[in-house]
Design a protein around this ligand. Sequence first.
Ligand SMILES: Cc1cc2nc3c(=O)[nH]c(=O)nc-3n(C[C@H](O)[C@H](O)[C@H](O)COP(=O)(O)OP(=O)(O)OC[C@H]3O[C@@H](n4cnc5c(N)ncnc54)[C@H](O)[C@@H]3O)c2cc1C
Length: 240
Amino acid sequence: MSVLEAGTRLLTRAVPACISELIRGKNERSGVRIETSTIVERIDAKAGRSEIVLADGRVLIADLVVVGIGAVPNTELAGAAGLAIDNGIVVDETLATSDPDIFAAGDCCSFPHRLYGERVRLEVWRNAQRQGPAVAGNMLGATQPYEDVPWFWSDQYDETLQIAGLCREQDVPVARSLGTKGRLFFYLAADGRLISACGFGSLSAIAKEIRFAEIMIGRRLAPDTEALADPTISIRSLLI
Ligand SMILES: Cc1cc2nc3c(=O)[nH]c(=O)nc-3n(C[C@H](O)[C@H](O)[C@H](O)COP(=O)(O)OP(=O)(O)OC[C@H]3O[C@@H](n4cnc5c(N)ncnc54)[C@H](O)[C@@H]3O)c2cc1C
């Protein structure tokens, strides 16, 4: 099996470089050939198989091609209704669109996130799940800003990837090794505030630590970096 990726590393939009490398290593050890900075120009059908023509002139033959090149929000209806569109349906903190009588939630909406001071559009199921009741409450007059910490998970073979918060290139990671059970990376903003945390490894080792990190991010805590890196200190103990 081969993975052809146009970007310089895997999963650029979703995970920081250190996690990309762990995922690449995991896949390569399982026999997957990975080529980054590789552009597919076109795919031709040839005698029941697929001929993949690359921008560098090479041609690969495949029995099966799975194309995963991103998603585009379906905003035609909202646009036709005259609502503001900018990388999705533009909503305010309460998920109201530019027409105060119309709300949007889930993958299709871009909303200002208080924790990050920027507009985000998330394509993860927990965001869609939690924005549903939040938007319903606001349609009934609650006027509550939506500020859940983004959270994302995926499985890679027998290991789990979990991310709380938004990974940004400018934040410097603090690494914590969990030995054979995996690794955690914590990202802090310039003011010391925990911004995001990523874990890759066994579900039982990763899940609870990322949950505590998520609480820390939501509470805008600035944990001690040496404690974050020290596997003998529980993440939970840093919550207070
Ligand atoms: C291949 C794939 C893998 C994924 N893996 C993960 C994962 O591992 N972890 C994770 O957290 N998330 C994952 N996601 C993302 C997750 O599925 C989405 O975040 C979630 O489904 C978004 O829910 P939603 O209700 O906002 O949108 P959707 O589930 O897309 O639902 C929107 C619905 O609106 C309908 N619709 C659109 N326009 C109109 C219209 N004009 N009129 C009427 N209906 C309309 C659409 O047909 C669709 O049924 C994955 C998504 C894909 C595609």
